[in-house]
Ligand binder design. Structure first.
Ligand code: ADP
Ligand code: ADP
Length: 233
């Protein structure tokens, strides 16, 4: 049951007379409840791939199915909708609204939906409870630690009940203790059935995931599964 299916995906840029491929002929499926790390050197295409997975960018060639929808056939409005409904983004820099409370930040992805405010508030409270921040609803981002801010961002990603959680270096701004806490949270979300894809350059984080996809020069150089013993470590 593939949530994501990429078939012969390429992304090319025209640099003057040169054609440059940021991604070259990538085919892969990501199954429901998969837990994937995307690794690779700087410039290997990780961000480009994440942007395509998250429908922030479209491939130059190939077919992308997200939750059984062919992304290439969608117009801007439909793309915005699938982005909002099917993808939960988590960024390195949290990307919270500084002047909005924790609760308002988490309600934000629901703003464009025809859902009564009370129900949106319930959904946001549930998501915040899930990440252990029920006591911070009225706080503002600058009153929180980095780890707490990332928990708010994870709650915001969860609130729409997306098909897939996409994290771009989600622990890149966190110290090692906080990184461990956040990875424990991702582990739990995975156990609860979420589908998770994380870009990382940290081996520890790749080891946490079930599957590791390594990009080199815009191609898949490795696609392997961590065995359970690696997980227990
Ligand atoms: P990574 O995230 O692995 O560091 P990126 O996906 O950011 O790699 O970039 C892959 C390659 O594509 C890099 O060589 C980068 O310079 C190039 N690239 C990315 N975006 C563009 C763009 N908008 N125009 C031209 N080249 C780009
Ligand atoms: P990251 O740190 O996530 O790898 P980058 O610094 O590589 O991000 O890229 C930041 C943004 O700049 C991305 O949106 C990427 O597509 C764009 N970009 C990267 N390389 C180039 C390039 N050579 N020409 C134009 N845009 C680029």
């Amino acid at each position: 049951d593939a949530v994501i299916s990429l078939k012969n995906i390429s992304k090319r840029y025209q640099m003057g007379t040169e054609t440059f491929y940021a991604l070259r002929n990538i085919s892969l499926n990501i199954e429901r409840n998969d837990y994937v790390a995307i690794i690779g050197p700087s410039g290997s295409g990780k961000s480009t791939l994440m942007n395509i997975l998250g429908c922030l960018d479209v491939p130059s060639e190939g077919q992308y199915l997200l939750a059984d929808q062919a992304v290439a056939t969608l117009d801007e409005a439909q793309l915005a909708q699938i982005r909002n409904q099917s993808v939960g983004f988590i960024f390195q820099s949290f990307n919270l609204l500084p002047r909005a409370s924790v609760l308002a930040n988490v309600m934000q992805p629901l703003v464009y939906r025809m859902i009564p405010t009370a129900q949106r508030r319930d959904m946001a409270q549930q998501a915040l409870s899930r990440v252990g921040l029920s006591d911070k609803l009225g706080h503002f981002p600058n009153q929180l630690s980095g780890g707490q801010r990332q928990r708010v961002a994870i709650a915001r990603a969860l609130v729409t009940k997306p098909a897939i959680l996409l994290g771009d270096e989600p622990t890149g701004n966190l110290d090692s203790k906080t990184t461990q806490d956040i990875m424990k949270l991702f582990d739990q979300l995975h156990e609860e059935g979420h589908t998770i894809v994380l870009v990382t350059h940290e081996q520890d984080i790749a080891d946490h995931c079930r599957r590791v996809i390594r990009l080199v020069d815009g191609q898949v150089a490795q696609d392997s599964r961590n065995d359970m013993q690696t997980q227990e470590k």
